[in-house]
Design a protein around this ligand. Sequence first.
Ligand SMILES: NC(=O)c1ccc[n+]([C@@H]2O[C@H](COP(=O)([O-])OP(=O)(O)OC[C@H]3O[C@@H](n4cnc5c(N)ncnc54)[C@H](O)[C@@H]3O)[C@@H](O)[C@H]2O)c1
Length: 361
Amino acid sequence: MSAPKRHYKIAAIPGDGIGKEVTPEALRALHAAAQRFGFTLEVQNFGFASAEYYAAHGMMMPANWKLLLEGVDAILFGAVGWPDVVPDHISLWGSLVQFRREYDQYVNLRPVRLMPGVTSPLANRRHGDIDMLIVRENTEGEYSQVGGRLFEGTPREIVMQETVMTRIGVDRIMKYAFEQAATRKKHLTAATKSNGIFIAMPYWDERLAEMAKNYPDIRWDKYHIDALAANFVLHPDRFDVVVGSNLFGDILSDLGPALTGTIGIAPSGNINPERVFPSLFEPVHGSAPDIAGQGIANPVGAIWAAQMMLEHLGEGDAAAAMLAAIEHGLADAQTRTRDLGGKADTRTAGEAITAAIASAA
Ligand SMILES: NC(=O)c1ccc[n+]([C@@H]2O[C@H](COP(=O)([O-])OP(=O)(O)OC[C@H]3O[C@@H](n4cnc5c(N)ncnc54)[C@H](O)[C@@H]3O)[C@@H](O)[C@H]2O)c1
């Protein structure tokens, strides 16, 4: 791999609600990492993908959004969705879904890690007991636009929505998952359901077996999605990298973080691995209108998303220091937010992590 270029153009899109409160903390942490590890950041803030932009323009993003983002290396996204923008799906489809499709962000990546200071809903699981990476196919599969309704409102009413799997689409997500496994514990698990969905899923399994031939050092297995969900709860320690189709990956990438505590700390990446387009990093949570404006949101999901961004950009040392700083911040009750039983506000929690990055060894 070539040496990282060490100057990065970042688009920050805070969005709505607590997205505007947690994104500045993630940026503060990124700037501290840049200073400490000797790279430079050029951050441009964008106000679109928000309820305010929608109220003023009747759309979530300007038609020329791609032009505005030209040349950026990555996008740091907060959250979208606000009670004034109805129906709710306008926000998501008018912004995040656009990025995922137009930028071919075919990997949705979610680390699942039981952090210090966080109580798992599973009994007797402690920091370090759960540590996996969910790799979800993000562009095809069950979430296709192929289908429709016929004879609506009549007794002959028919509704169809097809699953679409392409060789390119399945192979590239398998390759990505095997490559992630190669950098971790060399174990890949795939979610399937070839006993029930007996056309598409055997194909998924076939491509998995074919791709596995390129990675003889990696142990791999597959589980039917129902059994896999049960095993996530019963034996989460069995899994390291887990790959799923769009629907199965969607379910697993919520189940995994649920096993490791609060939604306030979970991050995700929407990744274009070939780097033809920028990748987008965001906390898993939404805009949380119920707590927005109070300064109490947990900034860890956003900071951890920024950490994933650094990993993606090739700043491995900074990313490792940032993850250690997040663990440090969470371990101390004084710097944990209320959703984790602490008293810290967003800023205090964020600053503790930033300070740990700045003083990283
Ligand atoms: N990726 C995204 O941008 C995204 C994801 C999910 C939901 N949404 C949107 O966000 C809006 C609100 O959705 P919702 O309420 O279902 O989900 P939400 O994630 O915003 O909130 C769910 C619950 O978790 C709490 N919570 C979330 N993040 C937190 C944090 N960082 N710290 C402390 N507590 C936190 C909230 O207070 C709320 O009680 C909706 O418009 C929805 O469509 C956007």
